[in-house]
Design a protein around this ligand. Structure first.
Ligand SMILES: O=c1[nH]c(=O)c2[nH]c(=O)[nH]c2[nH]1
Length: 298
């Protein structure tokens, strides 16, 4: 059966690029997911396997990161236009470049610490609660998930155990980002007790969590987690226990040296997996831990 090739396109999809612009202690971030799709004179690679016209998808990825450094990211549109023009004008076989970009918006975390390098991703987190009643006593465990936060500085990680499989370089100024999943248990347990103001309590917990994240100079995500939990327990007398599940959303500095560019802590690859997963409970002293270890299904 004779066949012919129909429409075809190729490129690297979902290049996660985070650009941090450091204006003294005030940082600005642009966080994009960039997909490149190229088409043109690509019959041969499909018919015979000749790659003579093929700019590798890997190169299209590198171009995204290099352009973030060379041209900055003013807007998704400006960045996409630059990229599309580059591929079409620099590569003879490429007739059309389609650049798709998703942009994730961040806003600053208001806090009383110094610097302006703490951000929370826009878009509402999901608020959760679980009520259990056995006819006598109540257990109320509330929480949230998908609260994404980032510190673009004031995070280090070094002094850890090194064995023959350890390759991680020590970090003295890294990005710290996580997607908070938290559950907290109220000490209200019977109808005779006065009920907490649930709405106000939630707002206070969220505020304490964000501010502790922003204000902690972090030597590990574990340390930041503990500070977040301790801040909640300290300021909310109605809560005895907090459990966190914090994925370490790694941001790797992109090596731009091969392109003759210096990456001065500006352009990052935001990896989605694998991720470190840091989980712990913080308790009011003397209280019992009752929130299950695996909170993510709760
Ligand atoms: O904050 C961190 N805690 C770790 O336990 C860890 N492990 C790792 O590789 N990176 C990090 N970062």
């Amino acid at each position: 059966m004779p066949t012919i090739l129909g429409q075809n396109q190729y490129g690297k999809a979902e290049n996660r690029v985070v650009k941090i612009t450091r204006d003294g202690a005030t940082h600005h971030i642009k966080d994009l997911n960039v997909s490149v799709s190229l088409s043109g004179d690509m019959d041969e690679v499909h018919y015979s396997g000749s790659n003579a016209n093929v700019l590798p998808t890997d190169t299209t990825k590198n171009t995204v990161y290099a352009f973030a450094k060379e041209h900055g990211i003013e807007s998704a549109e400006q960045f996409g236009i630059h990229l599309a023009r580059h591929f079409v004008t620099s590569q003879e076989p490429i007739g059309t470049a389609r650049i798709r970009i998703e942009e994730y918006a961040w806003e600053r975390i208001e806090h009383s610490g110094k610097g302006a390098h703490s951000f929370v991703r826009k878009g509402q987190e999901t608020r959760l609660t679980q009520i259990t009643y056995d006819g006598e006593s109540w257990e109320v465990v509330s929480g949230l998930k998908d609260l994404v936060v980032m510190n673009s500085t004031d995070s280090e990680f070094w002094g850890y155990v090194k064995d023959k499989y350890t390759t991680l370089p020590e970090a003295y100024d890294r990005v710290l980002a996580t997607q908070v999943s938290a559950r907290w248990r109220f000490n209200w347990s019977d109808d005779a007790q006065e009920m907490p103001d649930w709405e106000q309590s939630y707002e206070q917990v969220k505020k304490d969590m964000l501010q502790a994240f922003a204000e902690t100079y972090s030597l590990s995500l574990q340390q930041t987690l503990y500070q977040m939990g301790a801040r909640i327990i300290d300021s909310s007398g109605e809560i005895d226990e907090v459990r966190f599940s914090l994925p370490n959303k790694h941001h790797f500095l992109v090596d731009l040296e091969p392109f003759g560019l210096k990456n001065d802590n500006e352009v990052y690859f935001a990896a989605d997996r694998p991720y470190g997963l840091i989980e712990a409970t913080v308790l009011r002293d003397g209280c019992e831990a009752k929130i299950p270890v695996d909170v993510t299904n709760l």
